[in-house]
Design a protein around this ligand. Structure first.
Ligand SMILES: [Zn+2]
Length: 536
């Protein structure tokens, strides 16, 4: 058997340039540095850092090169302005002077834009492109040409669009990147236009820059590859102007794992690097302080989550039944959800995951399932509260002792002037709790009622007090839900301890303090159980 050598595809990331145009995204210099290093670790070929000279952040970012191991660092800019020489254009000079390996210059290729936006003779636009690309080459940087509105331009006037990119090619551009700037071109049109362009300019390396305005940027990019494009531009998590750019988090796994691409092409991204994809995708979300898109292809937290009972029982037998790729190939993980759709097999699988072995026919399993359904109806959510779920299950199986019994609690919130005459809000809580037949009256204080309750509940729990010393609350989330006609509050508490363990608990009540107290009490029980305080 002989196999023909694979053709190389080059990946060009524009998260830091086009992605920086996303509404609500505002990268700092340090953000850009961190993202560039993460992109480099994935094995991408080009990282476009921004537009030096266009804003202070980008200018600063280009004044000190990020420490990239393999990727080439690219500065973005515009072809020279009409009426000036390339050497005399201050904007172009800043791009040429940037500490970068390559410069990608965007220029017009649609006659309509030249007539209406630039208002210069069409021939002048063509010579401007050639002079600008030649200036990049003379500076010793790798020149690339971003052919703006290429597909719309080609449809309107193919001869002129080709004339523009031919000028860039003849001037030394290493890549002619065909841009679907408005993002509305269909994949079949992209395939046809790239194929025709390739036939006219067989020696010119072509690239594709697709926008997602019809939710097809990845499909457009794949169509361009079939037509002959070998450089693919995109962004992490599909960031970018308007509806975004081609999403590299969907494109990369498709190229590496799906046919015909996997067999026909290779990229600079190894299988090991691909397994870092979820990590890099989440890193970007962290930097942007955004929750990850649960349903994102390949990398979303729900991309391999199985909810329906039938699905999860089949996945247990063979993951291929409901998974198109192994989740670990992109660094993702399979999740089996307990939900109101959960069947018995789903629940058993979930119990198995947390180390609870129980016979499928055990009548307590049916009762537990009923209990979970009832609670989810009331507003409890166990997908994000693993510790409360485990306690619920172990209690149903009689495995969790009753460590303490809360007889009552009371919270007071007071707003008053303090000793310095400044307005302050303080909370005080009293908890009456019984441990081993002994009653404790604990008083706690805090800057809010939940804080004060937590302080009071843990102040003295008799023989358990030592175990709870390193417990701390790290996150607290409140959500108002409507169930039936009443509004109820769901509180999620995330706790941590000195051993580096983290766990989440949930409480639900029409009263926010009550819901919080329930989640706090669960957190303490879980800590005691985990640390082996099992014989009360
Ligand atoms: Zn763009």
């Amino acid at each position: 058997m002989t196999s023909s050598p694979k053709e190389r595809l080059f990946i060009f990331d524009t998260t830091l340039r086009d992605g920086a145009q996303t509404q609500g995204v505002d990268f700092s210099v340090e953000d850009k540095r961190q993202i560039a290093i993460a992109l480099d670790s994935l094995g991408l070929d080009y990282i476009e850092g921004g537009f030096p000279g266009a804003n202070p952040t980008d200018t600063a970012f280009f004044s000190e090169r990020p420490p990239l191991k393999t990727a080439k660092f690219v500065a973005f800019g515009m072809t020279k302005r009409a009426g000036r020489s390339a050497a005399n254009d201050p904007s172009l000079s800043q791009v040429l002077d940037a500490k970068a390996d390559s410069a990608c210059l965007v220029g017009k290729t649609w006659d309509f834009h030249v007539d209406v936006a630039l208002e210069i003779p069409r021939a002048e636009n063509v010579t401007g492109i050639a002079e600008s690309i030649a200036a990049v080459k003379a500076k010793g940087r790798e020149p690339m040409f971003d052919a703006e509105h290429y597909f719309d331009g080609y449809k309107a006037n193919p001869a002129y669009a080709l004339e523009c990119i031919t000028a860039a090619h003849n001037a030394g551009a290493q890549w002619l990147v065909l841009c679907d700037t408005n993002g509305g071109t269909m994949p079949e049109d992209v395939y046809r236009i790239v194929s025709e362009t390739k036939a006219k300019l067989p020696d010119a390396p072509l690239g594709i820059h697709a926008h997602n305005d019809t939710e097809q940027a990845v499909a457009v990019t794949l169509a361009a590859i079939r037509g002959g494009a070998r450089q693919l531009q995109g962004t992490l998590n599909g960031l970018g102007e308007r509806c975004g750019n081609a999403n590299l988090c969907a494109l990369l796994p498709t190229l590496l794992l799906k046919e015909p691409y996997a067999n026909q092409f290779e990229t600079g991204v190894s299988k090991d690097q691909l397994a870092q994809l979820v990590h890099v995708s989440r890193l970007l979300d962290e930097i942007l302080n955004r929750a990850p898109n649960r349903h994102a292809a390949y990398v979303g937290p729900s991309a391999f989550a199985h909810k329906g009972g039938l699905h999860s029982s089949a996945v247990q037998k063979d993951p291929k039944t409901y998974e198109h790729i192994p989740p670990e190939s992109v660094g993702n993980a399979r999740k089996i959800l307990v939900s109101d759709q959960a069947g018995r097999s789903n629940l058993l699988a979930r119990l198995g995951e947390i180390g609870i072995d129980v016979d499928a026919k055990d009548p307590r399993i049916a009762r537990l399932l009923e209990d979970i359904k009832q609670r989810e109806f009331l507003g409890y959510a166990y997908d994000g509260a693993e510790a409360s779920f485990e306690l619920l299950a172990r209690r149903a199986l009689g495995q969790v002792p009753e460590y303490f019994d809360v007889e009552s609690f009371r919270v007071m919130v007071e707003r008053r002037h303090d000793a310095r005459g400044e307005l302050a809000t303080v909370s005080e809580a009293v908890v009456k709790v019984k441990v081993d037949g002994e009653t404790f009256h604990n008083v706690g204080t805090g800057n809010g009622p939940v804080n004060a309750l937590d302080d009071a509940l843990r102040k003295d729990l008799g023989k358990y007090s030592d175990t709870l010393k390193d417990l701390r609350l790290v996150d607290y989330k409140v959500r108002i839900l409507t169930s039936g006609t009443e509004a109820v509050t769901r509180v999620m508490v995330e706790s941590a301890d000195g051993k580096g363990n983290r766990w989440s608990t949930v409480g639900v009540s029409p009263n926010i303090v009550d819901a919080s107290f329930e989640a706090l009490a669960d957190s303490i029980c879980y800590k005691l159980f985990r640390d082996g305080a099992r014989d009360a």
